[in-house]
Structures are given as C-alpha cells and as structure tokens.
Design a protein around this ligand. Structure first.
Ligand code: DQA
Length: 146
C-alpha cells in the first residue's frame, strides 16, 4: 500500500484555540482524523507529523526518500522564508503538495510569498480542512502517475 506523509509545521499544534476566526474550531487531531479517514477511502497509508522545529520537518522529508510516495505539507510560517525547507523539498524526488487552511493571499503582505511553491507540485490555500483533503487527493494522484 502506498504511503503519504502529511507534515504540519509550527504552531499548527495549537489549532482549535489559535486565532479561531482565521483557522477555525477544529483541533489538529480532528484534522488528522479526517485526513486518515480519506486515506482509508483512497487506499493509502497516511502518516501525520507535526513539529514546531524546522530541522525536524527537514529530517522527515529526508527520511521519506524510498519510503513515501508523496508528501502533503502545511509549512505554517516557514512557507514564507525557509530556504532550508525549500532546498529539502527540491532535493528529494517526491511530489510535494503545499496546503494552507487560510487564504494566504487575502492576508498580510508577507504571507503572499511562498518560497516553497516553486519546488512543490502545487499549492492549495484557503479552504480550511478541505485544503488538506484536496491536497491528499492530489498527492495520491501524483504518486500514481510516477
Ligand atoms: C498557514 C498560513 C501561514 O501564513 C501561517 O503562518 C500558518 C498557517 C495556514 O494554514 O493558513 O501558521 O500555513
């Protein structure tokens, strides 16, 4: 069975209490439950991991080589400035889908730039938990094409 790695970046562990008007009421556990349920439906194994540490996310991407068919990542604020995460994504030949709960283009100027988008297969932004679910569907489709 193919495996998809779902990575959540900094501060996403606080979902449910963090800026609820922006990110909604669902906790990260609620979101992971929906992701895993869709994974079962799509017949893929889903591994979910959250970290507030840039290097941990980079290590997970390195460890995914040869083990994981595709990655879905919500990089949090690392989206906007992490060249190290960008280089990690560029270094592995695994399709990566970037997702955001909020519509980053409707928010502060600094959120309008993703330094990761050019090395990701695509980006989904602004659809709440649906961004992750569509991201998972895209990741599975990309993995099947390989
Ligand atoms: C986010 C958007 C980022 O700008 C922000 O730093 C986050 C969450 C989102 O899911 O909307 O932490 O990635």
């Amino acid at each position: 069975m193919k495996k998809v790695l779902v990575l959540h970046g900094p501060n996403l562990n606080l979902l449910g209490t963090r800026e609820r008007s922006v990110y909604g009421e669902q906790t990260l556990d609620d979101i992971n439950r929906e992701i895993r349920a869709l994974g079962e439906h799509l017949n893929v194994e889903v591994e979910c991991y959250q970290s507030n540490v840039e290097g941990d996310l980079i290590n997970r991407i390195h460890d995914a080589v040869g083990r994981v068919a595709a990655v879905v990542i919500n990089p949090g604020a690392l989206t906007h400035y992490s060249y190290a995460l960008r280089d990690a994504i560029a270094a592995v030949e695994i399709p990566v889908v970037e997702v955001h709960l909020s519509n980053v283009y409707a928010r502060e100027e600094f959120r309008h730039t993703s330094v990761l988008a050019p090395v990701c297969a695509g980006q989904i932004s602004g659809l709440g938990v649906m961004s992750y679910l569509l991201g998972l569907r895209a990741a599975v489709a990309l993995a099947e094409r390989k």
